[in-house]
Design a protein around this ligand. Structure first.
Ligand code: 0WD
Length: 275
């Protein structure tokens, strides 16, 4: 039981397909005690059975990260019910639709600021506000995507937000290192979740990744969950400030692997082994 005796809060479960659910489940299976949050009333009912399933029916709290008072209320609730905590999972991102297709240069200042506030600043604010109740040896984990490092079609504004998020992970890791707290990110390959539905041509992205990853397939939330659990557990006690790829190896490819048709013309086939 790698997480026995550890208590933590998971933000960003929208449903059982959420990456945050995969991470929460893996932690629970290794003995962690959890608290989870929901964005607003619309999600409260949906999350009740999930909280039950994760063994934290009494620890389901509201937290819209764009509202500082809800972050403070979350800390109070955690302090009341847990005393202190050992880990935080930040699996939250949002960009207005206009930022996820079309020309990047058309993005408005309002959309840009909203994406940065919810997808990036929330990690900084959460880290700061939870620090007083975090045990030394604790860990913070966030979720990123390769679109923050290289251009990915349609990822546009979220790519810029992920670049800032990954940089924030490094600056937070140095800052909170003095308190014995580690901060890491998982850069996950594409997975069909609610948030992913907002990205233009997402099913094409899935096909492309499966065809061009060394493992020749897409990844699952269970796999992100296991890697996330490792980064939250003492197994990774000397790992901080890392962007850990869980993407079937896609990010190491310097050139797409293509196959050639009978005439010798480059041709890309979409199903794994056949590429
Ligand atoms: O392919 C993917 N799905 C990948 C996702 C690949 C790599 C990274 N990621 C990242 C996302 O960018 C995000 O940071 O993983 C994180 C989790 O995303 P997810 O699991 O794919 O998406 P989802 O199940 O939708 O959970 C994200 C949740 C929101 O759900 P909706 O669908 O309502 O946007 O983030 C939460 C909300 O529950 N959220 C907020 N929570 C608190 N305050 C807020 C907010 N203001 N806004 C969104």
């Amino acid at each position: 039981m790698l997480m026995k005796g550890k208590r933590g809060v998971v933000l960003g479960i929208a449903n059982k397909k959420s990456i945050a659910y995969g991470i929460a489940k893996a932690c629970q299976e290794q003995g962690a005690e959890l608290a989870i949050t929901y964005l607003n009333e619309r999600f409260e009912k949906k999350l009740a059975p999930i909280a039950e399933d994760l063994g934290c029916a009494g620890r389901l709290y509201p937290c819209d990260v764009s509202k500082p008072e809800e972050i403070l209320a979350l800390r109070e609730a955690l302090e009341r019910d847990f005393g202190r905590i050992d880990f935080i999972v930040h699996s939250i991102a949002f960009a207005p639709k206009e930022g996820l297709s079309g020309r990047f240069s058309d993005v408005s200042k309002e959309a840009f600021n909203v994406a940065m506030e919810i997808s990036v600043y929330s990690l900084v604010e959460l880290s700061r506000e939870m620090l007083p109740i975090m045990n030394a040896g604790g860990a913070i984990l966030t979720l990123s995507y390769y679109g923050g490092v290289k251009y990915i079609p349609n990822y546009n504004l979220m790519g810029v937000a992920k670049a800032a998020l990954e940089s924030s992970v490094k600056y937070l890791a140095e800052d909170l290192g003095r308190d014995g707290i580690r901060v890491n990110a998982i850069s996950a390959g594409p997975i069909k979740t609610l948030a992913a539905a907002g990205i233009g041509d997402f099913s094409f992205m899935l096909k492309w990744n499966a065809a061009h990853s060394p493992l020749r397939r897409n990844i699952t939330i269970e796999e992100v969950g296991n890697s996330g659990m490792y980064l939250l557990s003492d197994l990774s006690s000397a790992v901080t400030g890392e962007i850990h790829y869980v993407d079937g190896g896609y990010n190491i490819m310097g050139m797409p692997a293509v196959i050639f048709d009978k005439e010798g013309k480059p041709h890309i086939a979409w199903n794994g082994e056949d590429r």
